[in-house]
Design a protein around this ligand. Structure first.
Ligand code: FES
Ligand SMILES: [Fe+2]
Length: 432
């Protein structure tokens, strides 16, 4: 039996007692290019601040508009102590309200469903889909219903992707980002798509670890199903390509040139943008080719849905990959789209919601097989979940000290520096 050579014990790192360090100090001493200190992933007080500074102040992705296709369809979203109703109104616009009755505060709606009007379960105050109070029994003559409309929440429907912002003054640059992104999303008509599947996965990790894991492909060897179609070169510059990845890179360049021809023929843009940390609505958009047949996320890159999205005419239409800070990413392909949101549920847990969208007329069992449609990302999500859980356990270990990012983790750095900037703004840390 082979004996493992004994490893000398690492000297215990001199670890500062972070609980006593103020958050301002933690933010001030954050070392660029390195992972965050343990406290950012383990401390309950800091987690509450994350919810305040990020989830209730910034624009967050909450749903695909296709989840509420008809007037009266609604869903609810919990954000910290808030609950938001997202509903399609009578003009078929997506609107959002605080899920709090204007009488004595009862929650109005649970989960998701369909309503003609929003009726409070407690004393039956009744609101229309525009949020106006229609009916409240036993009120004095001078009761002015117009003073008791539902309180609105900022909402945007970006070509079928629904974002809300709970701040009184939402970051204004959403409109500029939407202007840049919208022409890229338009051909897919996601607002009219059909939800083929939705899957919620509990992550045993702080929400930031889930996001950081998404922002790099340094670990993509851990995704055998994904990399049959997805080039594991995300965030790689040519000089980062190792000899091992060189053949993959050569295939990528050829596939990219072919994709450009296809997209030009359909008159759709192929530009890319990367502005991930300097603006409140940090975002990135790229059109990436796929490997193999180049059509979809499947073994060999073949299509997984026979009906293509929107106005798309060619199945090999690439992967429109969009990242938005703080909690979302999107893969929009010719034959389907997969959209992802991450919501914190506690300091050490989060929920990853994955939604698969197809053409509204695509029929399960005819145009697509549900298992094949979802197979790659279901497997990938499980693999990522395990990586995140292992990292959460590691960063909670007293011996953890922040480590350096590699050359291909620029977007992890961008996510973390975006986050640190928002936290600094929130705390108005002097000189930060
Ligand atoms: S709390 Fe809603 S009607 Fe009374
Ligand atoms: Fe991953």
């Amino acid at each position: 039996m082979t004996q493992l050579a004994a490893q000398p014990p690492s000297p215990a790192p001199a670890r500062e007692r972070v609980p006593t360090a103020s958050l301002a100090e933690l933010l001030r001493r954050r070392k660029t290019g390195h992972s965050l200190e343990s406290t950012f992933y383990t401390d309950d007080e800091l987690h509450d601040l994350d919810v305040d500074a990020v989830f209730t102040r910034q624009w967050i992705f909450v749903a695909a508009a296709a989840e509420i296709p008809e007037a009266g369809d609604y869903l609810t979203v919990d954000v910290g102590a808030y609950s938001v109703i997202v509903v399609r109104d009578d003009d078929e616009q997506v609107v959002a309200y605080h899920n709090v009755c204007r009488h004595r505060g009862s929650r109005l709606l649970e989960d998701r469903g369909f309503v003609g009007n929003i009726v409070c379960p407690y004393h039956r105050w009744t609101y229309d889909l525009e949020g106006s109070l229609l009916h409240a029994e036993a009120q004095p003559k001078d009761f002015d219903k117009s003073c008791f409309s539902l309180r609105t929440v900022n909402v945007r429907n970006l070509s079928g992707l629904v974002f809300v912002c709970l701040a009184a003054e939402a970051p204004e640059d959403f409109d500029r980002v939407a202007e840049l992104v919208e022409p890229h999303l338009r051909p897919y008509q996601l607002d009219k798509a059909k939800v083929a599947a939705q899957h919620d996965m509990e992550e045993r990790g702080n929400w930031k670890l889930v996001m950081e894991n998404n922002r790099e492909c340094y670990h993509c060897d851990g995704h055998p199903e994904l990399v049959t179609a997805y080039f594991p070169l995300f965030a790689y510059d040519e000089e980062d390509i190792s000899p091992r990845l060189r053949p993959t890179f050569e295939r990528y360049k050829k596939a990219e040139a072919a994709l450009e021809v296809v997209r030009r023929a359909q008159g759709v843009p192929m530009a890319s943008y990367r502005d991930l940390s300097d603006r409140p609505v940090g975002f990135q958009l790229t059109h990436m080719p796929l490997d193999g047949e180049g059509k979809s996320f499947s073994a060999g890159g073949g299509a997984v849905c026979a009906k293509l999205l929107g106005e798309v005419k060619e199945a090999a239409f690439g992967d429109l990959s969009i990242h938005l800070q703080p909690n979302s990413w999107f893969h929009v392909l010719g034959d389907h789209a997969v959209v992802f949101s991450v919501m914190p549920t506690s300091t050490t847990t989060s929920v990853l919601r994955t939604t698969w969208l197809v053409h509204p007329d695509a029929q399960e069992g005819v145009d697509y097989d549900l298992e094949s449609l979802c197979a790659v990302w279901k497997a990938t999500n499980v693999q990522d979940r395990d990586l995140v859980a292992a990292t959460q356990r590691g960063v909670a270990d007293p011996s953890y000290v922040p480590g350096p990012y590699s050359m291909v983790e620029d977007d992890v750095e961008a996510f973390v520096s975006w986050y640190v900037a928002r936290m600094r703004e929130h705390l108005a840390v002097a000189g930060a």
